[in-house]
Design a protein around this ligand. Sequence first.
Ligand code: G3P
Ligand code: MG
Length: 456
Amino acid sequence: MSQATTMLPQRPRAFRRLSSDDATQEALSIRSPTVVVPPKHLMAPSDAHEIAAAMEFARHELEEFSSPMSSPETPPVTNVTDKYAFAFDIDGVLIRGGRPIPEAIEAMKVLNGKNAYGIKVPYIFVTNGGGKTEQERCIQLSKQLEIEVSPGQFICGHTPMREMASKYQTVLVVGGEGEKCRQVAEGYGFKDVVTPGDIIKDNPDTTPFRKLTADEMSNSRVRNFAEVKIEAIFVFADSRDWAGDQQIILDLLMSKGGYLGSRSETFNEGPPVFFSHNDVIWSASHDLTRLGMGALRLSLEAMYKAVTGMDLNTTAFGKPQMGTFQFATRLLKQWRRDTHGIDAPPETVYFVGDTPESDIRGTNDFNKESENTWYSILVRTGVFQEGTKPKFAPKATVDNALDAVLHGMELETKKAFKETLSMTSAKLAGTAIDEPSNESSPMISPKATEPADPMK
Ligand code: G3P
Ligand code: MG
C-alpha cells in the first residue's frame, strides 16, 4: 500500500554542508542555508539530507522574507510525504543527559526512508531547552543522532524571543554556560545584552557568596550600572547560580525603572521578566527527574512575595505556550509550500514528548485551534513514569520515539488505505468521490495504557 507522495519542486538554491566535527558557532552564524553533516556523510548526502536542507530553506524564507515565497513550477519526483510530519521534543525523547536514546537513532532512520514504503517523512525538533544557539544545538544533535540536521529544523524555548529584539534596548540575559546566552541574544538582534557576571564585576557586593571565576571576570564587561537602564530580563536557560541570579533579578524588580542600586517605594517599577519555558522538572542523566527553569520561576515569585508582600507576574515562552506551536506551524507550512506547492501545513503533525505538562498539554491545546491536526504521543523514556496518570492525556502512549514513529505511520497507512478504498468503491459505483475524514481512533501500542479521549 503506497502512502501519498507528490512531485517535489526544485529551486536553484545554494547551501553549505558543514561537518559536525569542524562546524563552529562562528561558521554557522553566517546567515546562509546550512546543513550539519556527520563526517561519514560529508562526501555523499545521506537519506536525512533532503528534509534537513528543505526545512533550512523554509526557515530562511520565514526569517529573511516577510511575505511567504510562492511555490515553483517544475517538480522533480521525490519520496517525501507531505501529508504528515513529526515534531520531536528532545530531552527525554531523543536525548537523555547528553546521550542519544538508542531507539531515537532508529526512529530517524525510519523517517528517512528505512521503512516498508520507502518514503521519507518530514520532522522538526521542538525543545524547551536552550542556552545555546539553534546552530550549536544542531551540531550537537547531528553528532548525537549521527544524522544530517539543519538549524532550520530547530525550535528552542527562546527561539520565538527573537521577535522581541526590536522592542528593548538594554536587556539582562540569565542562565546557561558562560557567555553562551549573551551570544544567543546578540544573534537574535538584541543590541545591548548584559549578564549577571557584568553586574557582579561592577559591584562584587551584589552577591556576597558568589565570586566570579577568572574566566567570568575576563568575559564580563565593565559597565557603571547606576547609569544603565535595564529594560527587560530574559531567562534563556537553566540558571547555574540560583542564589546570585535571583538576587540580581530581585534587585531589578524592586528598582526604580531598572537602574541597579535604586529602590522603588512601590516595588513595581522594575523591568518585565521573560522565561524561555516553564518546565518545573525535566529528565536529565539522573534516574529521577531534576528541577528545571519553572522551579526557578516559582522560587523567584515566592521570594518577591516574601520580600515585597506583592505578587509577581512573569511571562513564560516555550511549550505549552501556543506561540511555539504557531511558530512550528509557520515553518512546516513554508516547507510544504516550498516543496509541494501547497499553501497549508501537513494535515497531521505527530508531536512526540515526554512531559505531559508541556509537550502533551501544548499539543492538545493547539490541536483545538490549529488548521490541521496535532496528535500528541507520550513516551516512557523521560519525565512520564509508568503507573502514574499523566495530568494531560495524550492521544497515545508508547515506550519510545521509535514506537511513536511506527504508531504514526501505522495510523497514516490506515488513513491512506481507507481513502483509497472509498475512492475505489466510489469509482466502481460511478458516484462522486466524497473526501474521507481523517478522524482516526486513538491507537494503543501493545504495551500502551488506555488513552483518555478521541481525536479533536
Ligand atoms: O531545560 C530543558 C528541559 O526543561 C526540557 O527540554 O527538550 O524536553 O523540551 P525538552
Ligand atoms: Mg522533554
